[in-house]
Design a protein around this ligand. Structure first.
Ligand SMILES: [Fe+2]
Length: 143
């Protein structure tokens, strides 16, 4: 498992979704590295890709909803980062379809996705957690 508790941002829903993303991506990489038959790998890769494409969107939407709800000041910038990432995943899906099951290509790309996810969750998303939790604490105090 590549997930670490230090990646938590302190917002339950977001943390759960991040964990799921890490889990799927971890399974994905493990599958590509395994010595299963290519045909079997290919099916698993396709399944994960479809799931990831959808789940990434669902997750980004939920995360952005929260940012809006709490007037997160860096919303526009963060939204753009999400859009760029979605495009990258879509690009991968497309290229993957075009060049059949090319293991080097899949490995290289899944490595890139993982690096992106770790950097994003461990750094960029942390600011959202801080922002939201500061507001929540203030709300607690005035109760
Ligand atoms: Fe994010």
């Amino acid at each position: 498992m590549i997930w670490k508790d230090e990646y938590k941002i302190g917002v339950e829903l977001v943390d759960q979704q991040h964990k799921e993303l890490f889990k799927r991506l971890g399974d994905f990489i493990q599958n590509v590295r395994s010595d299963k038959e290519n045909k079997e790998k290919k099916e698993a890769v396709e399944k994960t890709l479809n799931f990831m494409g959808e789940y990434v969107s669902t997750h980004f939407d939920a995360e952005e909803e929260l940012q809006k709800k709490y007037n997160y000041p860096d919303f526009e910038n963060h939204h753009q980062i999400h859009e760029d990432f979605k495009e990258e995943v879509a690009e991968f899906q497309k290229e993957y379809k075009d060049n059949e099951y090319d293991e080097d290509f899949v490995m290289e790309f899944s490595g890139r996705l993982l690096t992106w996810l770790i950097n994003h969750v461990a750094s960029t998303d942390q600011d959202i957690g801080e922002h939201i939790n500061a507001i929540r604490e203030k709300e607690e105090e005035t109760k």
